[in-house]
Structures are given as C-alpha cells and as structure tokens.
Design a protein around this ligand. Sequence first.
Ligand SMILES: Cc1cc2nc3c(=O)[nH]c(=O)nc-3n(C[C@H](O)[C@H](O)[C@H](O)COP(=O)(O)OP(=O)(O)OC[C@H]3O[C@@H](n4cnc5c(N)ncnc54)[C@H](O)[C@@H]3O)c2cc1C
Length: 253
Amino acid sequence: MKVSLLAHTPEPERLVVAAALLCYQKGGPEAAYEKAGKEKLRARLFEELVRQGHGSTLEHPSFTFGIEGISRACSHQLVRHRICAYNQQSQRYVDVGDPQYFVKPESLEGDGGRFEEVIAESVGYYRDIVEQFRGEGKTAEQAQEDARYVLPNATMTNLIWTTNLRNLLHVCRVRMCSRAQWEIRRLLHGCRRAMEPKFPVIAKYMVVKCHPNAMGYCDEEFRSCGFRPLREKVVAADADCPPGPGYWEEVTE
Ligand SMILES: Cc1cc2nc3c(=O)[nH]c(=O)nc-3n(C[C@H](O)[C@H](O)[C@H](O)COP(=O)(O)OP(=O)(O)OC[C@H]3O[C@@H](n4cnc5c(N)ncnc54)[C@H](O)[C@@H]3O)c2cc1C
C-alpha cells in the first residue's frame, strides 16, 4: 500500500480561521483572511476550532490523497464515506488478471500457499474468459467487464480520494478504531503520515475517536477494546459537577 498527499488547499489552517473570524467580526471575508494570516492568532484559533467542533469552518479546506495497492475489500469500505470525491481504477478498462495484483492479509501468511492457489485459479479462469471473448471478436473492455466477476475481494486497486478536513477527521475517528479492519486502519494511518510533514498540527487530530485529541472516551458500548474509558464512565465521573448558573434552567416565554 502506498499513500501520498497529491494536492491540498494552499493554507488550510488559515482558511479555517478566516471562516471563523468572518462569523464574529464586522469586516468582510478579505479582512478575515488577511487577519487569519497572522501566525500567532492562527495557531491559537485553529486548534480551538477543531477541539470545540466548529465543523462548518473545517469544510472549506480539502486534501487529495493518492492511494495505491489496496484491496477491493478495503476500497469498498472507504467509498461508503459519501461526502468525498473518488476516482477508482476501472476493472472494465484495465486488465487486472495478474497473480501479483492481489493483497494477501498477514493473517494468511502461514496458510501453506493456499491463498496463492485460489488466486492462481481465479486468474486462470479470468484469463480463459478474456481469451474466449476476445476470440469471439469482443473488445478488451467487453471481455474484462464480465471476466472480473471471478476475481476476489483481494484484487488490488488504486484511487484518488479528495475529502474536506471535517470529513477527513471524521473518517479517521471511525476507521482508526480497533473495530475497523486492519487494512483501512493502515490506510488512514498512511494518510496521517502523508499529512505530517506539511501539516503537523492537522495530523495531530487525525486520530481514532477515543483519543484525547478527539472525544477522549469510547462509545463502543458492547464491543469496546477496553483501552480507553467508556462514555458511561466518563459521564458518571462528572455527575457530581454542578451545572453553571442557568445551565439547565427551563426557558419560559
Ligand atoms: C467499524 C465499522 C464497521 C462497519 N460495518 C458495516 C457493516 O457491517 N455493514 C454496512 O453496511 N456498513 C458498515 N460500516 C459502514 C457504515 O455503516 C457507514 O456506511 C460508513 O461508516 C460511512 O458512514 P459515515 O456516517 O461515516 O459517512 P457518510 O455516509 O459519508 O456520512 C457522513 C456524515 O454525514 C451525515 N449524513 C450522511 N448522510 C445522511 C443522511 N442521509 N441523513 C442524515 N445525515 C447524514 C452524518 O452525520 C454522517 O456521519 C461500518 C463502518 C465502520 C466504521
């Protein structure tokens, strides 16, 4: 698997801060963007906005990742996140019938070559179908589009994925969790590593939901890995804390 940061909004943190400043000041957007250019202010406000969850400001910057050599099983999980843009290698236009073009999970390393046997059988059948259809005068695309039905979930694929910052953090929160599968977790860790050199502050918040830089507790009531405290425990620990003045008062007209 290879993950790279292909493109991004030029100054993502500045844009987020400008969007927030615009909300609270009389000046226009250009003035807000100018002000957000001040290093000290930007550094302080950006993290505050991420932590307090002022989500709409995080929707302005976007990031484009190149994702190479993941399985179709993994890409199917990724594309369930809908508030993004994707392009994925086509199995109609690209001949993927190659025994090297598969992702083997580490858990199957000791299977005595059974995985490779199954892949070789699928690829062999794929090649037969392509050859037969081509012999019948069909185009490569027509041959491949039906031959691909015999390929397994392990088949490799490549994608270009563009997401805004709000969604990027959300996907990290749910897909870096130990309840998600190893491959998509690895993919999101790859995205974080690709972000780190240019955007270390953003990378700091590309974490699983129970991390102190996100919620800080686990909401997986029945399937928690037990590493972080459950939500109930955090809420219960806080139960004695009295609300501030007027906090829970009923509002009457
Ligand atoms: C550990 C794990 C296991 C999973 N297992 C399964 C599984 O077994 N089967 C399965 O089908 N899926 C499974 N999923 C996928 C899951 O159901 C979601 O499809 C996926 O996580 C994307 O949903 P999302 O809310 O994160 O993102 P998106 O669908 O991209 O939505 C992003 C956000 O936009 C808002 N939103 C989007 N659409 C609507 C809407 N129609 N109405 C209101 N608000 C909306 C919500 O706030 C949502 O969180 C699993 C996901 C995880 C993380």
